[in-house]
Design a protein around this ligand. Sequence first.
Ligand code: SF4
Length: 359
Amino acid sequence: MSSKASHGSHFTRAILLWFQAHKRPLPWRKTRDPYKIWVSEIMLQQTTVGAVIPCYEKWLKLYPNIKSLARAPLQKVLKAWQGLGYYQRARNLHRSAKILSQKYGEKFPGRYEELKALPGFGSYTTAAVLSIVFDQPYPVIDANVRRVLMRIYRIRGEADADHDKILLERLRPHFPKKHAGTFNQALMELGALICKPRNPLCLLCPVQTFCKAFKRGEQEVIPRPKKRASHKIEAVVAIIRRDGKVLLQKRPSTGLLAGLWEFPGGKKKSGESLKTALAREMREELGAELGQARFLMKVRHSYTQFDVTLHAYEGTLQSEPRLKKNSQRWVGLRSLQNYPFPSGSAKIVNALKERQGSK
Ligand code: SF4
């Protein structure tokens, strides 16, 4: 595509007009409230629109503004985040809300450097908030935009951030001085609805005439699909019951799935049977020998780096468990709803609730 300004304005206008006519009526598009737009931008990173909408609406009922979020206990914030994954995002929202509350009088600073210094504000989020809320001319590149631009400019390779510098240079002459936020959203929407990862709908595309990949028939091979370096983990957990309660434990406050709750158990070692692994985990985590163990269910969940298969057993212990005061406790089935769980454990909790409800 030529980078002449006039050409750029055609390109820009084509995208803006298409967006005006075809954008989805998403809840966060009805507001200019910086807090709500910020929350939506954070939720939409690494989570699909369909999964975000109900969580976004529930979240705003619980935490309608910076003040309410800043005052909330972290555990409740993590619980409200359940279903979205990547809990570090919720922790950063909470930390940033506290800073915005204490240092900025519950307002967003409009300067790039100040905003970017807040927890969870990388280049993407900072540019998104400044352009959408304050109409400042910062371009954003998310996975959708990266794919669209790589195709338009026919940049080969995997879709990773290494290409962003060159993509931004090519985009610069076409980036509008006004309506920056709308233009950013339009490019993202084009990637989500038309220029999809597979089978892009080129015949409906408003910028087809500018697209080098389309001209060469290479839209299916740009960008090159990523090889997923995932490994598989098998884990065992025990649902230990007593007086209508189950035993839960909290994960460490740093590292993977930090601060979330789960059933006692852990990774199966190579060569171990599931029950041997379960018995070892009970010994290590609860200081008690496993009694009976009846298979309950198997759940699978994919995280970024690995796929986990969780084998859940209903178990008994031969002696009193030695509980760690702050991180292990008996919890009534009704109270499980107050605890934040990783997605795999949440599936087991739902199954327990359903069984309880059907009795
Ligand atoms: Fe994407 Fe096809 Fe449009 Fe090119 S023509 S930007 S590949 S949808």
